[in-house]
Design a protein around this ligand. Structure first.
Ligand code: ATP
Ligand code: FE
Length: 371
């Protein structure tokens, strides 16, 4: 079994080839970070064009590096949501063209399920049921994974995701955004004093497992104003005192942003154990999970709760094709796939795209638990 995975839901164009036994034969990611830095965010039309320009090349490279042709594939897996429809369409079109030409089944993938399940590729002991904290640019999810395709959402963000807060804070601190804001902020935070500014932890009064990062963003913006930090002056040109205050803000932000994760995880583990007393693992994945401080703090949380942490290597935490191929393999093995599309499918064919697509059902008892 050999599956090609294609991912275009946001700003990375990614493809990978993975074997049924989990062997990664190739992985290719083409990032639009330079575009993002230039325009300060993802503009759907521009992202679509960028995906279209590189998709053929990215997929070809993934096949070449795996020493295969499309003829050798068993199936094609592709992200159909959640994400920007203009971007999703580029990946789905490519997947269906390829699958149509080579008579391959198609597997439709949920981007967040892929972030979650890639943990099972790197940790073979990881069996259902388990818990997952998925933290990325657009999502902040606490999930109880009962079984393949069966998820309960214990918590989500009521406004922004943590990755968005990292990105904005990095931008306001004048950091180099040519990668994404997260890694740059993590680096600067190492120089700062995390106790210097007392940001308040979000949602202290809400006894549920939901998240909020909009308020923390506002607190950061105010602190930046009161320290007279000018984002127009890049950190590389800042005076040493200016650099020091920026580092203090970065470290103080990071401490509270992650403390919020810790507190919510603690409670979610309690909830999850009432539903599934046998859980043994907490998976942490999504772009923000590549952060070393985040990993270290959550390692604490799982130890305290007698669980094991499973956190994929950084390259598999941020968007990638491997997670899509692997999730495809999991579904394929359960017989969940679509037949090959017609070889002559028209360009105007209406694809099944799911720009907004919740992962599993909400935990109904959550409201009364929170009282
Ligand atoms: P989603 O998965 O919600 O659709 P996305 O696919 O755009 O969003 P990912 O690629 O999964 O997001 O993650 C990107 C996010 O992860 C960005 O917000 C980025 O700043 C953040 N990130 C990446 N590395 C780090 C890091 N070392 N520290 C903190 N945040 C990070
Ligand atoms: Fe993602």
């Amino acid at each position: 079994l050999v599956v090609l995975g294609i991912e275009t839901s946001c700003d990375d164009t990614a493809a990978a080839v993975v074997r049924g036994n989990g062997e990664i034969l190739s992985q290719v990611v083409s990032s639009q970070a330079d575009l993002l830095a230039k325009y300060g965010g993802v503009a759907p039309k521009m992202a679509e064009e960028a995906h279209s320009q590189v998709i053929d090349q990215v997929v070809q490279e993934a096949l070449d590096k795996a020493n295969l042709t499309a003829r050798n594939l068993s199936a094609v897996a592709v992200t159909i949501g959640p994400g920007l429809s203009l971007c999703l369409r580029v990946g789905v079109r490519k997947a269906r063209k390829l699958a149509g030409s080579f008579n391959l089944p198609i597997i439709s993938i949920h981007h967040m399920e892929a972030h979650c399940l890639v943990a099972r590729l790197i940790e073979r002991e990881l069996e259902f049921p388990f818990m997952a904290l998925l933290i990325s640019g657009g999502h902040n999810l606490l999930i109880l994974a009962h079984d393949l395709g069966h998820y309960i959402q214990l918590g989500t963000t009521i406004d922004d995701a943590i990755g968005e807060a990292y990105d904005k804070t990095a931008k306001w601190l004048g950091l180099d955004m040519s990668r994404s804001g997260g890694p740059a902020l993590e680096e600067l935070a190492r120089e700062g004093d995390a106790e210097s500014i007392k940001f308040s932890t979000p949602m202290k009064q809400h006894r549920d497992c939901n998240f909020s990062y909009a308020g923390l963003k506002t607190q950061v913006r105010l602190a930046i104003g009161s320290h007279n930090i000018n984002a127009e002056i890049p950190i590389s040109s800042a005076s040493s005192q200016d650099r020091r205050s920026r580092a203090d803000i970065a470290a103080s932000f990071q401490r509270v942003a992650v403390l919020h994760l810790e507190e919510r995880c603690d409670r979610a583990i309690e909830w999850a154990r009432k539903i599934e007393p046998s859980i043994k693992h907490l998976v942490v994945s999504g772009g923000v999970a590549s952060n070393q401080y985040v990993r270290a703090r959550l390692e604490h949380v799982v130890k305290k709760n007698n669980l094991q942490l499973v956190c994929p290597p950084p390259k598999l935490c941020t968007d990638n094709g491997v997670m899509v191929a692997w999730t495809g393999i999991e579904h394929f093995c359960m017989g969940r796939f679509d037949p090959p599309p017609p070889a002559d499918e028209h360009e105007d064919y209406v694809y099944d795209l799911r720009p907004r697509w919740p992962l599993g059902e909400e935990y109904a008892e959550g409201r009364s638990e929170a009282r």
